[in-house]
Design a protein around this ligand. Sequence first.
Ligand code: UD1
Ligand code: CA
Length: 428
Amino acid sequence: MSSGTTVVILAAGKGTRMKSDRPKALHELCGRSMLGWVLDACAGVKPDRIVVVVGHGAAEVEAEARRQMPDMDLAFVLQEPQLGTGHALQVAAPEFGKCDRVVVTYGDMPLLTSKSLEDLIASQKGHSEDDAADSVALLTALVDDPFGYGRVVRSDDDLFERIVEQKDASEAEQMLNEVNLGVYCFAHGPLMEDLGRLTNDNAQQEYYITDLAGMAAGDGRRVLPVVLEDAAEAQGVNDLAQLADVRWQVQLRILEEHMANGVRIMDPSTTFIDHGVTIGTGTEVLPCTVIRGGVKIGEHCEVGPFSHLRVGAVLEDSAEVGNFTEMKKSTLGRGSKAKHLSYLGDAEIGAGANIGAGTIFANYDGTHKHKTVVGDKAFVGSGTIIVAPNEVPKGSTTGAGAVVTRSAKMAEDETWVGLPARKLPKKG
Ligand code: UD1
Ligand code: CA
């Protein structure tokens, strides 16, 4: 069903202060691009369409947006040259489609939640069709240091009058501490008319989106500043220090979600878990652990301290990985353990197996990666090197320091020792 909402994401800016060739919106936050997080928040309000205004790195930005939102109606408009936020919206206007309202947000504000966008839309809609037909809502925040932001100017009876940019503000206006966050909800019809009325008659000779709100108020229409409850949501990313700051906020949200699901995270401040990781109830994640996107961890597992679980790592229920163990494209079966100093790469490990301290799966021959299979209840002794492709079958054992070369053909329940490992005859 149509929601009547089109969302526009402004992401044409170059992001000069990032000092990076990468388009700003494609910088990574916990295993997902900044744009991915923004799109996710926008998708939360169930728009009919999302229009992304692109400039620098347009093709890459478009490809990433489509990858993140394969099922969304997405449109892309190239803004070149970039003559200001109002100009960006003018350029986007032909792609708004049939809608009742247009929500505008930025591609570099990844902490803004769907909830805040919903509140904004609810204010714009008001209580009647009359309200909704021509009103404007905008997100604002009360801040201690408003420098650099557009300030909200209110009348004596506290109604919205206009926004004045830092560079256009008088000294008195610079004292105002209600700032414009750059996130708006406009009634579609009047917006289309007002876009044609914008001028660049200001200190920066830019077309200001903010003037649209001033115009609406000047015409006597409802303009509603919606004060953001948590101003931290509006944190923008303009440089790498802000990226790090925002990354931590995103990280905390991810960790809180796992904790709410019954995952014990002993020290959130040293735990790195990407977007898109599943962890079962009753699992404990110990400090200084890095878990990358797509990793799957079952129930009642133990991970860390100092573990690194990379792409394709799977821990079945009650499995344990510990100190300085790295896993990649490997499954650790139910109740199996790899507690110390190991590298598990391209391995499939059955249930109840023990991977001794310092075990290495030598999966790479310099050209190709090869697989190792470890059977149920196998006991891999400390310091074993398994040269892949290889198999350590069910119930078999390797002695400490064994090097199991490719030519070894271990069978079930056998014990192999030595360097290179050779078969040890069975006793008695
Ligand atoms: C704008 C607002 C200001 C508000 C501030 C909040 C205007 C005129 N001012 O400031 O009131 O306090 O945001 O951060 O809108 N962009 C384009 N095309 C352009 C210009 C900008 O796509 O031609 C995009 C940028 O990529 C960025 C966003 O719009 O994501 C904001 O641009 P920025 O230059 O940071 O905003 P300001 O004009 O400083
Ligand atoms: Ca900015």
